[in-house]
Design a binder for this molecule. Structure first.
Ligand code: ADP
Ligand SMILES: O=c1ccn([C@@H]2O[C@H](COP(=O)(O)O)[C@@H](O)[C@H]2O)c(=O)[nH]1
Length: 382
């Protein structure tokens, strides 16, 4: 297990320049399959890495090779479903309105003692797990690791987050044990007045403009989670273009928070909260085709209005507000959720953040075992 842990620690973003051959370790049932493979692909063809990223220098130096094996497509969920599913506490339309009680302490947060506060035992000494050289927080206290996931409409942001959650085995865990959560910016569309709602129903409201979002609530929510507290966020209904009046989602403190949305890199203050920024890249034709299918099936739209909205608002706003934020990304993921290799690298990066926290706190390392058990992917080492 220790060997496996060491192998984990050298993958993803800590490639050595000397790594010219790749040991592929694949978990198959209870054992490991190990093999040595020659380089097959360079990291540049798998995912684009921003030149400003601390990752880029390491990647530039390496000829690291990666292998991947196609997986079955994951079940794809609607954005709202994902937002709800992430914390598992949706009180969405089909629920009975019962809210979950406060999240139980995570194994690594208790040191064997029960506490309701995820931030009680300051994790300043874990700063080494942050590859960007920053400590978990400015005051040395534990903070969640915030990851922003941007990209155009229907680029696959939700699907990428869903895959990350699945690969980390988070969807299989009891809700109170989950250490990674996903939140969608779709939950934060602001409340429209009557005139705006009328325009929205006619397909004449610009939901792709930054003003369509309740930015204040977004920031408050992020700061609440960073403080290790529970946040309650609205449930958005795309059919009525409004929040469900009596429903909300409880998001409980987690070690890693994925926040996905078309404009999550647009606002500087929000953008600066992210320790890792991902941009999901997909060509416009594919995105339009997927959006049409999704909006007709899941968002109660007519073809004509989807196309009008796309031409008048979605496309121009993408070019004006979303695409320019691609430059802020640390990692660009071409082909969205199809890009297993890129997603596996990100999963490894998250594991590198989570595993040391679990093992260095005197915890029974249950979470580490759970994460490893849930890892059906190749792991590259030396
Ligand atoms: N690789 C894929 N192949 C086919 N359909 C996909 C793929 N990825 C996403 N989709 C579909 O495209 C639509 C948009 O995907 P989603 O992940 O919700 O994107 P976003 O969150 O960026 O809007 C969804 O209906 C989803 O099922
Ligand atoms: O009431 C609404 C609110 C938003 N939209 C559209 O949603 C997308 C963003 O969601 P993705 O899941 O990233 O596609 C945005 O382009 C808005 O146009 C909407 O149609 N109606």
């Amino acid at each position: 297990m220790e060997i496996f842990r060491k192998q984990l620690s050298v993958v993803a973003f800590r490639f050595s320049a000397s790594a010219r051959r790749t040991v592929v370790v694949r978990r198959k049932g209870p054992g490991f399959l190990m093999k040595v493979a020659p380089p097959v692909t360079t990291i540049r063809s798998i995912l684009s890495i921003s030149s400003s990223s601390p990752i880029s220098a390491a990647a530039e130096m390496t000829g690291i090779a990666l292998e991947s094996e196609a997986e079955m497509p994951v079940a794809l969920k609607s954005t709202t479903a994902i937002a709800a599913n992430v914390n598992g506490h949706s009180n969405g339309p089909a629920s009975n309105g019962t809210h979950y009680s406060r999240r139980a302490p995570l194994p690594h947060q208790t040191n064997g003692h029960h506490t309701n506060s995820p931030s009680v035992n300051g994790y300043g000494h874990h700063s080494k797990v942050f590859d960007n050289g920053e400590s978990p927080s400015s005051n040395g206290k534990w903070q969640p690791f915030l990851i922003g996931v941007a990209g155009g409409t229907a680029s696959g942001k939700t699907s990428v987050c869903s895959k990350i959650m699945n690969k980390l085995g988070q969807n299989d865990l009891e809700h109170h044990e989950r250490r990674v959560v996903t939140i969608s910016a779709d939950s934060f569309y602001r409340v429209l007045d009557d005139a705006e709602r009328t325009r929205a129903h006619a397909g004449e409201f610009n939901f792709d403009h930054p003003d369509a979002l309740d930015y204040e609530l977004i920031l408050n929510t992020m700061h609440t989670l960073l403080a290790g507290e529970k946040a309650s966020i609205p449930v958005y209904d795309f059919v009525t273009h409004s929040r469900l009046p009596t429903e909300y989602i409880n998001v409980y403190p987690a070690d890693v928070v994925l926040f996905e949305g078309i404009l999550v890199f647009y606002f500087p203050e929000l953008r600066n909260l992210f320790k890792l920024k991902l941009f999901v890249d997909m060509d416009a034709d594919t995105r339009l085709a997927r959006r049409v299918t999704r909006d007709l099936k899941e968002r109660g739209r007519e073809l004509k209005s989807v196309l009008n909205q796309y031409t008048n608002f979605v496309k121009p706003a993408f070019e004006e507000f979303c695409l320019p934020t691609k430059k802020y990304a640390d990692v660009i993921i071409p082909r969205g959720a199809e890009n297993e290799v890129a997603i596996n690298l990100i999963v490894q990066h998250i594991k590198e953040h989570l595993l040391p926290l679990a093992s260095e706190n005197g915890s029974p390392r249950r979470s580490m075992h759970e994460l490893e058990a849930a890892l059906p992917v190749e792991v590259n080492g030396r």
